[in-house]
Design a protein around this ligand. Structure first.
Ligand code: SF4
Length: 300
């Protein structure tokens, strides 16, 4: 039984072979870090999820070759360039053009994926993304995390929900593939609030969704709150139960890019059970079998 529409199955259907993501770092920052909207970044963020990214300084081909070596021996036939660190559209458009236009011309790359924020997509950037999309498919990954305003304020996200709504509308008008990130386990959120975020993303018209477990990482302000006993993290059982409800609340055709996170083990404070990703995925799959989870089954 297929419980959900995975990115792997989508890639197999679309490209007929093994496609791997190459994590690249374009040297960006975020408006919540450089002072334009704040300096501390989002409360849980230890650096834009780019721990394993290869820095691109000048020659894109060289960075791509280095990143390819990290997946050597896995039988990759094509690659997706993934700029996951910080905010991949937060720079002058000419700098973005110089970087990304080289990337989309690379013959071994099937697509370009850019992690960004909905408040960093002005008209010039949208035009550029649309242009790049005529050369290779462009995926735009938006860090929404939650639809609930009180949580958004607590995590210092730095933009209201309506900014997300209008960014998705603009991206869809340009025929870009939109992927939305949400976090399961943010402080103060009930399972039902989290499920509502998934359902909202499901109704947004986005192509894909990424579920991320809340990690408490060393060096973040969330870590301070955790050590002071102000926040707790989910047990694996809680996480899986909420994840099931989220999967059941998104449309069957939505592509699930991730079921849990890839936190850097050396800076992980909690929950420690998440460090064993293989075990977590096995437990998720076993629970989906046991509970007969079907993507979209809660939608009327
Ligand atoms: S979560 Fe994203 S937007 Fe927030 S500080 Fe980290 S990289 Fe920047």
């Amino acid at each position: 039984m297929t419980h959900y529409r995975s990115l792997n199955s989508w890639l197999r259907e679309s490209y007929g072979g093994k496609v791997y993501k190459l994590a690249l770092d374009g040297g960006f920052t975020c408006p919540t870090r450089d002072g334009s909207k704040g300096t501390g970044g989002c409360i849980f963020c230890a650096g834009g999820s780019g721990d394993f990214s290869i820095p691109v300084s000048g020659d894109v081909t060289e960075a791509i070759e280095t990143a390819k070596h990290l997946v050597d021996g896995k039988g990759a036939e094509k690659y997706i360039a993934y700029f996951q660190s910080y905010t991949g559209t937060y720079a002058p458009v000419e700098r973005l053009r110089a970087l990304y236009s080289q990337v989309v011309k690379h013959p071994e790359l099937a697509a370009l994926s850019i992690g960004t924020r909905p408040d960093c997509l002005n008209n010039e950037v949208l035009e550029l993304l649309s242009e790049l999309n005529t050369v290779k498919p462009v995926w735009v990954e938006l860090g929404l995390q939650t639809i609930h305003p009180e949580t958004a304020e607590y995590i210092r996200r730095g933009y209201p929900l309506k900014v997300f709504d209008s960014a998705v509308t603009c991206l869809l008008e340009k025929h870009l593939n939109v992927v939305v990130h949400m976090i399961i386990g943010l402080p103060g959120e009930t399972p039902e609030m989290i499920r509502q975020t998934a359902e909202y993303i499901g109704r947004s018209g986005a192509w894909g969704i990424k579920f991320q477990l809340l990690h408490v990482l060393e060096g973040t302000d969330l870590a301070k709150e955790y050590r002071e006993g102000k926040v707790r993290t989910l047990t694996m059982e809680e996480y899986i139960r909420i994840l099931e409800a989220c999967i059941e609340s998104i449309p069957p055709e939505m592509v699930v890019h991730r079921l849990t996170g890839d936190g850097a083990k050396r800076s992980l404070i909690a929950p420690q059970w998440s460090a064993d990703k293989k075990r977590v995925l096995n437990e998720i799959n076993a629970a989906f079998d046991r509970d007969h989870v079907v993507q979209g089954s809660r939608l009327s």
